[in-house]
Every structure is written in C-alpha cells, then in structure tokens.
Design a protein around this ligand. Structure first.
Ligand SMILES: NC(=O)C1=CN([C@@H]2O[C@H](COP(=O)(O)OP(=O)(O)OC[C@H]3O[C@@H](n4cnc5c(N)ncnc54)[C@H](OP(=O)(O)O)[C@@H]3O)[C@@H](O)[C@H]2O)C=CC1
Ligand SMILES: CC(=O)C(=O)O
Ligand SMILES: [Mg+2]
Length: 586
C-alpha cells in the first residue's frame, strides 16, 4: 500500500517524499516527472542514464503532449492517447486536462467516453480501478484493500447497466467512473490518489458482448434479485470498513436499482446518485436561468418531461420541491410538470407504473379536461398542444424524438421555449440543436447533454449550453468532503442548483445559452462547493461546520492543482504503518 508525504521545509516550500528509486520510480504514474526530473534529483534518486539528457519543465511537457494529442484526428484515438498519459504520468495528465478542459471534456467524458465504453475490451491497455464480481463474494473488503492507494475519499461505482444512453455495456462501463473521477480532479481538485473507480461487474445481458471473444468481463447473464442485493450490501459495508471517510457516488445504474440503492444507502454512508440528483440540480438551474431569460416566473413554468427514468424523475422531484418552496400546492403543483414515458403520459390508473413514477402520474380526469383522450397521450405533439409547456426536457435516450411537429408546437404557444435534449451521448440526443432552432424560428433556448457547436440561424449565432451534471457533481463532492458531511442531502443539490443558475451570466443568456461555458468549470465548481458547504452546515449534517468567512480559504487549501512539480525527496525508511498520507482532506 502506498502513501504520500508532503514535507514542508522551514522556508515553507513543500517537497514530495518518494518511496521508490530508479526505473521503478520513473515508471510510477503518481511519482514520476519523466524528463522533468532535475539533474540533482536524477543523481539522488538513481535515475542517471535512464532519461535523455535535457531537463524539461512541466509546462514544456504539457505543450509537447498537447501537440501530440492534437495531431490525432479520431476522438477515440485522442481518448486512448490521454488514457495512456494518465497511466504514465498523472501529474502531467491533469496539467494538460486542466489547461484544455473545454477541448478535452468531449474526449474524457461524453460523447467520446461512450465509444470508449463500447470498445473497452478492444482498446484495453492497462487496468485502472477495481472490478468486483460475484466470485468475490465474502471477500470484497480484501479486494478493496488491493486498491493502489489507501486513503480513498471518493468512489464512483457503476454496475454498467445503463451507460449513458447506450444501455448495458458490461465491463466496458468502467469508462464512466474513470471519466467522472478525472473530472473530479480536473474541476474540483480532488487529489487523484484519493479517488477510486469501481465496477460492480455482475455480468451483462448484452449478447453482443457475451459473444465477443475479446470480452474482458465476468461472462455471465446479469445477477439479479436477492443475489444482486446481497453483493451490493457486502460492497457497501466493505466500503464503510475499508474507506471510512469515503463518499460514494452511484453512477449509471438502471432506473429501479438507481432509486432503490439511493434510498437504501443514503443514510448508511455519505452517498448520492448522480443521474437522479446531480441531473436534478442541472435541470432546476436551467429553469431558474430560463426564467430570467424569458421573464416567465418559475411558478408559471410548465415542464414536460420526455423520458421518466432516473434523470426524468430526479429532475421532476427537485423541480417539484422548488415549486413547493415557491408556494405552489395541490393541482397547480401536480400540473406544473407532466411526464411522458414509453407508455405515454403517466396516468394514475396505469397498473404498470414504476413506483417512483407514480408520484408524477396525473389523474385521468385532468388529462380529459385538457382534451387529451387516451390514444393521444402517447403522442408528444398532441401532449404539447394540450398542455402548452414552456419547457421540454428530453431524458429518454431516444434520438429524433423531438420531431419538427413537436418543436413547432412548442414555439406556437411560447415566445421563448426552453428545449433541453439532455440524453447522452450526442447520438442519443432527442434532437439536433440546429433543427430545434430552425423549427422554432430561432426562438428556443437550447441545451444538450453533450457539447454542441454554436448554431447560426438567420445570421445570429446561438451558443448551445451543455446541460450536464458535470456542473454539479464535482462541487457537491468537494463540498461534502470538506464539510465531512455525514449525509448528502437533497438540500445540497438544491443549493448547488441555485448556485449554478447564478453562474449563468446575462451574456450567456443573451448568446442563447442556459448554461455557463465549461471553460469556467473550475471556478464554478468552487462556488458550487461553497454553497454545498454552507448548506451542509445549516442542515446539521456537517461534522466540520465552517463559518462563511472560512469556507473559501478551506476550499482553496483542499483543491489540488498540479501547477508545477514539487521537488522530490527520497523517503527515509520508516516502520510500516507510520507514514503520513498527503494532508489534503485531514
Ligand atoms: N445531461 C445529463 O447530465 C444527463 C443525461 N442523462 C441521459 O438521459 C438519458 C436517460 O437516462 P436515465 O434517466 O438515467 O435512464 P433511464 O433508463 O432511467 O430512463 C429513461 C426513460 O426513458 C424512457 N423511454 C425510452 N424511450 C422512450 C420513448 N421513445 N418515449 C418515452 N420514453 C422513453 C424509458 O422507458 P423504459 O425504461 O421503459 O425503456 C425510461 O423510463 C440517457 O441518455 C442519459 O445519458 C442522464 C443523466 C444525466
Ligand atoms: C451525464 C451522465 O451522468 C449521464 O449521461 O449518465
Ligand atoms: Mg450518468
């Protein structure tokens, strides 16, 4: 098990104690500096002759690597190049990622990460994170102890069943926790050695994968029922025991497991479901910012959801809570949102409704009153005509679902409709931004889950905001860790949503975007974290309640920023177990 030790000299300069020498040090992704080892370090650390003569700076290395990644034309090749860099030199990887965050976000994250998940077993180079299979039953704690670092504070776990909108990706789903954690480090400055991606590889029902000779996962149909539940239970208890200070993020579980596991474990250990709660905050932020742009007060918005799974119900819940806070109740609250799913508008006489959907089902009498006869309740255009929403949110992974007729209908009754096609990756978005703008005569405020280029319509350039939980989860995670929250509450997501809405500037809205630029993600994340720390304190879940004046300083201290390599010292030998971890979240 490895440890990090940051020494501070009397001068105040920090040094990094490295426990290795020679070739082993050079190849260690967390300690190596590659060609940036100084001549002095090369001598003291046994590196003489192992490197070409010239010593470069981190900044030079960063420019060199960036140029080599840029030369690749296929985004998947860029992904492979960046992953190889991460495996080779993490410090440099994060320098490059932070310096070019807007450019590389679509590579390490949606949409390219989706392709990387699909191709996982074919492009596999080097393992990262932990895989837990049913064969580890009874020994999951021991598996966790094999993690490359000991002081884990942040885990992103998936069971791979709903990877973006691409369905069951089996072992390949690991690309998502890896990508999310890379963004935790790039956006929130969570030190990479405190993060751990985990795949609960419980098999796959994706026949193409099971039939693929190169498939690297546990080759079996998905574990389900009590056996699945008991494996997850053992996993959660093992996390609590082995990493008692860790925050757990559930990611890309299919809807019923997503809701069940969130509810079952949210008070067992600090944990949240990003697709339900992180996405909810993004949706509410869009509504708040959209109200500013359109002048329609929040309580007068009507929000139609297309897709009522983890994301759709998650956003619906937080929208409803927000509107309740605005004084809405009864039928006004019920009709503030309408939810479509595969079976059509959610109706309370439908015996097949998922339990989580039932809270949003309308009484049949309400739909009747709107003139929505049963056979029109599956037709998006007819529902829009009857309900007259001001906001349309797509979270269905159903490309093309926002038809020309549907968008024209939105634009017929709303001057500036908000149209959010949030499904990922790009190939699963409900519509293309250029079509939404054309069909709404340039009046819609459009957002997509994956990055989209600006659209020029009739001479005017419209920026397309990226409506993605990447604006939320890094700040919530950082805020929860810094305040040592016992629980991650819905209130923290509400606070994050309000902060994200504040980050949307007037010039963003004037350019047509409901979201700020992802180029500002580090600043935005710090502000979101601040709001979360305040909320954790005020709601009484913070073990480390911080006064307002202290929060920015404590956050700044916690945020890891690879601006330049620390000078390296060979670590003196110490008795096992007495080494100090890097004092980031102490
Ligand atoms: N931008 C962002 O930040 C985020 C985006 N997403 C994206 O949202 C999408 C959905 O994610 P999530 O909610 O977790 O997935 P779920 O599977 O939980 O929910 C999707 C829902 O849409 C329904 N659906 C599928 N096709 C249609 C259709 N043609 N008409 C109406 N409903 C339909 C599904 O029904 P059924 O289950 O019966 O098939 C399901 O209830 C994904 O593409 C995901 O990438 C998710 C989280 C964050
Ligand atoms: C963004 C995200 O979490 C998703 O699409 O699943
Ligand atoms: Mg997700």
């Amino acid at each position: 098990m490895e440890r990090y030790d940051l020494r501070t000299e009397p001068s105040g300069r920090k040094r990094l104690a490295v426990p290795y020498r020679g070739a082993r040090l050079l190849r260690h992704p967390m300690y190596t500096k590659g060609t940036a080892f100084t001549q002095e370090e090369r001598v003291s650390l046994g590196l003489e002759g192992l490197l070409p003569h010239s010593v470069t700076t981190l900044e030079q290395q960063s420019r060199r690597v960036y140029a080599s990644i840029q030369r690749k034309t296929d985004p998947l090749e860029k992904y492979i190049g960046l992953a190889a860099l991460q495996d080779r030199n993490e410090y440099l990887f994060y320098r490059v990622l932070i310096d070019h965050i807007q450019e590389f976000l679509p590579i390490v994250y949606t949409p390219t990460v989706g392709r990387a998940c699909q191709e996982f077993s074919h492009i596999f180079r080097r393992a990262r994170g932990l895989w837990i299979t049913p064969e580890h039953r009874g020994q999951i704690a021991d598996v966790l102890k094999n993690a490359p670092f000991e002081d884990i504070r942040l885990i992103v776990v998936t069971d791979n069943e709903r990877i973006l909108g691409l369905g069951d990706q089996g072992v390949g789903g690991m690309g998502i926790p890896i990508g999310k954690l890379a963004l935790y480090t790039a956006a929130a400055g969570i030190p990479p050695w405190q993060t751990l991606p985990i795949s609960l590889d419980v098999g796959t029902d994706n026949m193409d994968l099971l039939d693929d000779e190169f498939y690297l996962g546990w080759r079996a149909p998905r574990l389900r029922g009590p056996e699945y539940d008991s494996l997850v239970e053992e996993f959660v208890q093992a996390v609590k025991r082995v990493f008692p200070r860790a925050l757990l993020q559930w990611e890309d579980f299919k809807k019923l497991n997503a809701f069940r596991l969130l509810d079952r474990y949210r008070k067992t250990l600090p944990s949240f479901n990003d697709d339900i709660q992180g996405t909810a905050a993004v949706g509410v932020a869009a509504l708040l910012a959209g109200s500013r742009a359109t002048g329609i007060p929040l309580r007068q918005q009507r929000v139609l959801f297309f897709g009522s799974g983890a994301a759709g119900i998650g956003i619906g819940r937080l929208v409803r809570e927000t509107l309740r806070g605005e004084g809405l109740e009864g039928e006004a609250l019920t009709t503030a949102t309408a939810h479509l799913d595969l079976q059509g508008l959610l109706m309370d006489d439908d015996p097949m409704l998922d339990p989580v959907q039932r809270a949003f089902a309308w009484p049949a009498e309400l739909a009747d009153r709107m003139g929505l006869v049963p056979d029109r309740r599956r037709d998006l255009e007819a529902v829009i005509r009857a309900y007259q929403p001001t906001v349309l949110i797509g979270v269905s992974a159903s490309p093309g679902a926002f038809t020309e007729g549907a968008i024209r209908e939105m634009a017929r009754h709303t001057v500036r409709p908000l149209v959010l096609a949030l499904s990922n990756p790009t190939s699963k978005a409900e519509a293309k931004p250029e079509d939404i703008l054309a069909w709404s005569e340039g009046r819609a405020l459009v957002a997509t889950g994956s990055p989209s280029d600006a659209v020029t319509f009739e001479g005017r350039v419209h920026r397309i905001g990226q409506g993605n939980n990447v604006f939320i989860f890094p700040g919530v995670g950082l805020g929860a860790l810094v305040s040592e929250a016992r629980e991650v509450t819905d209130g923290m997501f509400a606070a994050a949503a309000r902060q994200l809405a504040r980050e949307v500037r007037d010039d963003d809205l004037e350019a047509g975007s409901l979201f700020p630029s992802t180029a500002r993600i580090r600043d935005i994340t710090a502000h979101v974290a601040e709001a979360v720390v305040r909320e954790a304190r005020d709601s009484g879940v913070a073990n480390r309640p911080l006064e307002d004046g202290l929060i920015p300083g404590v956050l700044a201290e916690a945020i890891w920023n690879p601006t330049s390599y620390l000078p390296s010292d060979p670590a003196p030998l110490r008795p096992a177990g007495t080494e100090a971890s890097m004092p980031i979240f102490v």
